[in-house]
Design a protein around this ligand. Structure first.
Ligand SMILES: NC(=O)c1ccc[n+]([C@@H]2O[C@H](COP(=O)([O-])OP(=O)(O)OC[C@H]3O[C@@H](n4cnc5c(N)ncnc54)[C@H](OP(=O)(O)O)[C@@H]3O)[C@@H](O)[C@H]2O)c1
Length: 252
């Protein structure tokens, strides 16, 4: 099986789904040449798991990236560009996210803004030139993750169509932010299609991570194995889709 992409960047890879994405990409039989494992504190205690992985796999490059801090994002773009030379970035996985268990009654507006800044805005705008460069430079037609793509890790809880009840944890700001992120995905898919860049939203399932808690149904290994299989299957027809970790289509 061919490599998913020549270069992949994962945000929020210090733990949970992001860490497992980096681990599995680097350990795959045909790994990407560059796996940019980004997190807020790569050299701190929170970056220890990533440091250990990077010591085992030369494809992994640790890059500092706080997705709500513009100078940090710009520094990450420079660091990534340095490694890529003039080949561009094939795949950006916007995985970094924060939850909020507030209800719309208990919420203060700053909390809502913080959740939106992390879950909706992210670093895409600054990485776009590198994605465009990859889309032009691969010599490939159509849309695929191996050419150029943006994957937004979303959640079923952000689906307005499903409007799932979560009685024990309302999570209104989180759900509103993911609904907004889903709209960003749809808009981007339409906007970037002519530039050769695919864009999709992926629901990873309910996963045993710090965010998902131990009560979740899926192990992080199970979810990420599914996500990577889905990413490898994406094409022109699936750009703009909202899919789960098994490739099932979800209502927006
Ligand atoms: N777990 C689930 O059941 C589930 C279900 C649906 C969707 N998701 C989505 O999946 C994604 C990953 O979730 P997870 O379960 O792996 O969560 P997690 O275990 O809480 O990990 C979240 C990751 O995001 C990072 N992060 C948060 N804010 C950041 C920022 N400003 N800049 C850079 N990194 C930041 C954290 O870094 P630090 O270590 O520095 O805090 C951490 O690496 C999220 O987008 C989440 O909404 C998860």
């Amino acid at each position: 099986m061919a490599a998913l992409a020549r270069s992949v960047l994962v945000t929020g890879s210090s733990r949970g789904i992001g860490l497992e994405l980096v681990r599995r990409l680097a350990a795959s039989p045909r790994p990407p040449q560059h796996v940019f494992a980004t997190c807020r504190h790569p050299q701190g205690p929170g970056g220890k798991a990533l440091q250990e992985l990077a010591a085992q796999h030369s494809s992994i490059k640790l890059v500092q990236l706080d997705t709500v801090n513009l100078p940090s994002i710009q520094g990450a773009v420079r660091a990534v560009g340095y490694h890529l030379k003039d080949q561009g970035l094939n795949l950006l996985i916007n995985n970094a996210g924060i939850s909020s268990h507030a209800t719309l009654h208990s919420l203060d507006s700053q909390e809502m803004l913080d959740v939106f800044a992390t879950n909706v805005v992210g670093p895409l705008q600054e990485f776009l030139p590198l994605l465009e460069q990859a889309a032009k430079g691969t010599g490939k037609e159509g849309l695929s993750c191996s050419r150029a793509g943006v994957i937004n890790i979303s959640t079923k809880l952000g689906s307005i169509g499903l409007c799932l009840r979560v009685p024990e944890a309302p999570m209104d700001p989180y759900r509103a932010s993911k609904a907004a992120q889903n709209m960003v995905t749809r808009c981007l898919a339409a906007e970037l299609q002519d530039k050769g860049i695919l864009c999709c939203a992926i629901h990873p399932g309910w996963v045993k991570t710090d965010m998902g808690t131990e009560q979740a149904l899926l192990t992080v290994e199970h979810s990420v194995r599914g996500i990577l299989t889905v990413l490898a299957s994406l094409s022109q027809d699936s750009s703009g889709a909202f899919l789960d970790w098994e490739g099932n289509s979800l209502p927006w």
